[in-house]
Design a binder for this molecule. Structure first.
Ligand SMILES: [Mg+2]
Length: 440
């Protein structure tokens, strides 16, 4: 028999709100909503007291206001939340050999094999107390045989709780739970299943696998497995966290600032599109330039977790201006986004109006359908390539050849798909460019 794993899932309770309460204890016990202020904002996070009124994240602020008129709306401070997030990760990194940062406030820890030396439950409980003591923020955890059950256990123990589900306890724990407790079940899937009378996990486990596949395809199979407590996905070590990046080498070196900035804008837009597609946020941006004499300089900056174009474009331009100190031709520029975690909750925190967020969603939809180049920022196309007589050469992205770097083995398929679709449109020179993309 395969050895049983010991997986801990740790999740901060109402993370953004808890950071606010740490600053201002008057907020304790009140319905607090982060983001969603003004007329068109979106809720980024809310306290348990606000949740009782039906408020949840990603809901339009005005709906939240109708549901919970007494709520206290706060603008939120992504910089502070990101800082707290990094500090929590450091505490965990200090104590365990193998962990994964799953989102801004969630970590998985693989304790398999360690139970001989410490009891896993005792260890996790002590780690939780350390985080509470050092951070002053509430956190809950679940301990079980895989990531899915550990996460469900965390959610059941919240707020301020801890729960172990051992292998023999698996069925009695999962069976009576509502199916929407299974992580990753979407609204549409939930509706479909509950209309079929499937409301409890027990009922879901009794449906034959083939039927689930027939109804919901691959997702149906995955749901069936989760309902049966099967999840073989590994805890992916933090040091292997991914980054996405792109760089372009010009065939003729250039020092045309407007053109270079437009290229960087195009690169960032392509990367943020990939980020949002993968439901990821970045906390670090790196810009690289290579001068004509091959001198290469790089600068990076830690940033609050985000996936928004406007913020990242201005950061990339700032870094580029800082880097480009010599009046010398450039042969390469590159942009990389790293420290990626899952999440999308920050929407409400950048004074982004609902319309602007909807615009991002609509653009991403078009790009997913017609390719990454279907919608681009106007500044990228202000300088179209011209022939020797100065006449604009008609640009057809489908005919443009963009070389894509070698793919690494073991890379998830969907990344390749996104990458294929996201060849960044570039206007480096009339002769074309050599573009490469890389992941690590
Ligand atoms: Mg949380």
């Amino acid at each position: 028999m395969v050895k049983e794993r010991q997986i801990i899932h740790m999740d901060q309770d109402a993370f953004f709100v808890s950071v606010e309460i740490r600053k201002n204890s008057n907020l304790i016990g009140k319905p607090v909503i982060i983001g969603g202020g003004g007329d068109r904002g979106v809720v980024a996070s809310c306290s348990y007291e606000a949740r009782k009124y039906g408020v949840h994240s990603a809901m339009p602020g005005r709906t939240a206001k109708l549901l919970c008129p007494g709520a206290i709306f706060l603008k939120g401070d992504m910089e502070e939340y990101s800082k707290a997030s990094h500090e929590i990760t450091e505490i965990i990194a200090d104590k365990v050999p193998l962990f994964e940062k799953a989102s801004i406030d969630e970590h998985y820890i693989d304790m398999t094999g360690m139970d001989r030396f410490f009891g896993c439950m005792k260890f996790a409980s002590e780690l939780r107390q350390t985080i509470i003591r050092e951070m002053g923020l509430p956190i809950s955890f679940g301990l079980s045989i895989n990531k899915t059950v550990a996460k469900i256990a965390t959610n059941e123990s919240k707020p301020d709780g801890e729960l172990q589900v051992t292998y023999p306890e698996l069925r009695p724990f999962l069976d009576p739970l509502a199916i929407h407790k299974i992580p990753g079940i979407g609204h549409a899937t939930y509706k479909k299943l509950s209309e079929m009378g499937v409301r409890e996990i027990l009922t879901l486990t009794q449906i034959p696998q083939q039927l689930m596949f027939k109804i919901l395809g691959q997702q149906g199979l995955s749901l069936w497995q989760k309902a049966n407590g099967i999840d073989l996905s590994p805890v992916v070590p933090y040091r292997e966290r991914k980054s996405i990046g792109t760089q372009a080498t010009f065939e003729s070196d250039t020092m045309d600032m407007a053109k270079l900035k437009a290229i960087i804008t195009g690169m960032v837009t392509g990367l943020t599109f990939q980020l949002r597609n993968q439901k990821k946020l970045t906390a670090c941006i790196t810009v690289t330039v290579r001068y004509t004499n091959f001198e290469t300089v790089t600068q990076q900056e830690r940033i609050p977790y985000t996936s928004l174009d406007s913020f990242l474009i201005s950061k990339a331009h700032n870094l580029f201006e800082k880097l480009y100190s010599k009046r010398m031709l450039l042969r390469l520029v590159g942009v990389k986004l790293s420290h990626l975690v899952s999440g999308y909750e920050q929407i409400g925190l950048y004074n982004i109006a609902e319309e602007e967020y909807s615009l991002y969603q609509a653009m991403d939809k078009v790009r997913n359908h017609y390719g990454a180049e279907a919608v681009v920022k106007a500044c990228i196309v202000t300088q179209p390539p011209r022939d020797e007589k100065g006449k604009v050469i008609k640009y057809n992205p489908r005919k443009k050849k963009v070389l894509i770097g070698n793919t690494e083995e073991g890379e998830p398929k969907e990344d390749l798909e996104v990458r294929k679709r996201s060849k960044i449109r570039s206007f480096m020179s009339e002769k074309g460019t050599r573009g490469t993309k890389s992941y690590d």
